[in-house]
Design a binder for this molecule. Structure first.
Ligand code: ZN
Length: 340
């Protein structure tokens, strides 16, 4: 993170090298303060109002409007409904490349939006609130650092597994953004150079081998090629109805194809994650997002792959945990208070 941008509630600069401490005497955090997080996902718009400990006070989930203008209008409307007098900040997290300083979504491949000005439009309606925009994996990493690592595990990686694969990095208790703010794009590490085309325009990114589309495409392809599976029965013969949830249901019923798909996905993720663990030596890897709910089907293969490819010392020290809560929204709520 850039020096001078770490502030206590945006008021007092943090001492050089110190991690932001919202409870310190200098932090003017009121006991009743609340913070709103908005997770702008490809499928859902998830609003969470939390207290200073990250406890959820109010929550609302609605489908994400396809049109960007409508989505911004919806954020303004729901924010007005959810905030309280005690609300201090609004953090918006989105999958894709964002300019935090200008509050612009540069490119969100899974939403299909480009150069969308968000913060200025929202801020107009809520002049007393601090409103920020951040990449969703970064906010999830902050949520993981705060809630799961309890700010004790100072080096952690957060992976958001959903339509795509997002990555957020916490180093020495600070969100690591890199030189221009794009750090953590783990999903676009190349796994197979001659591989499938990714939404980013490149080929063979790991995201194409662990995300929703990969799982669904694999199931369809195998079934079309004649592989027997109860997936067919679960979707009543309509292949368009295959979802990761259906593949998980089939795996739960011991379906060989479904189990194979999850194992392959676990192996793919394991290859990339072993490189990341070797590189960064984190104390914790947090897996979150919709696909992580099926962790029991891919974690075995993931761990086996990690054992094969990672140096033993960093592997011994890293905890792999899966979290069902929407860390992206909770982190988005808390990040403007702690880290801007
Ligand atoms: Zn890519």
């Amino acid at each position: 993170m850039e020096k001078g941008r770490t502030t206590y509630l945006g008021m007092n600069p943090a001492p050089s090298g110190a991690s932001p401490e919202p409870y310190g005497s200098r932090a003017r955090v009121n006991q009743n303060d609340s913070y709103l997080g908005v997770d702008l996902g490809a499928t859902n718009l998830h609003f969470i109002l939390v207290n200073k400990m990250g406890k959820i006070l109010r929550e609302k989930i609605i489908p994400t409007p396809r049109e960007s203008e409508k989505a911004v209008e919806e954020i303004i409307f729901q924010t007005r409904c959810l905030i309280q007098k005690s609300t201090k900040t609004v953090g918006i997290s989105v999958a894709g490349l964002v300019n935090q300083k200008k509050g612009i979504i540069h490119f969100s491949p899974n939403l299909g939006w480009k150069n969308l000005e968000v913060i200025k439009k929202i801020k107009k309606y809520f002049p007393r609130l601090k409103v920020i925009l951040e990449n969703d994996a970064n906010t999830a990493a902050w949520g993981a650092y705060f809630l799961i690592g309890k700010k004790k595990i100072k080096n952690l990686i957060c992976l958001t597994l959903g339509t795509g694969l997002g990555g957020g990095i916490i180093i020495n208790g600070q969100l690591y953004r890199g030189v221009s703010g794009s750090a953590g794009e783990i999903g676009h590490i190349i796994l197979y150079p001659q591989g499938l085309r990714c939404n980013c325009g490149n080929y063979g990114c790991i995201e194409r081998y662990v995300g929703v589309n990969y799982l669904v495409e694999m199931a369809k392809k195998e079934i079309i090629q004649g592989r027997k599976s109860i997936i067919m029965k679960l979707v009543k013969g309509d292949l368009k109805k295959i979802t990761p949830e259906i593949i998980a249901q089939a795996a739960d019923k011991n379906d060989r194809l479904a189990k194979n798909i999850w194992e392959k996905m676990g192996k793919n993720l394991g290859i990339t994650l072993s490189g990341i663990i070797n590189l960064l030596n984190p104390g914790m890897v947090v897996l979150t997002g919709g696909i992580s709910k099926s962790a029991k089907f891919f974690l075995g293969e993931l761990k086996k792959t990690l054992k094969k490819n990672t140096f033993s010392e960093p592997l011994k020290r890293v905890k792999i945990v899966t979290v069902k809560k929407n860390l992206g929204a909770i982190g988005a709520a808390l990040l403007p208070r702690d880290n801007y």
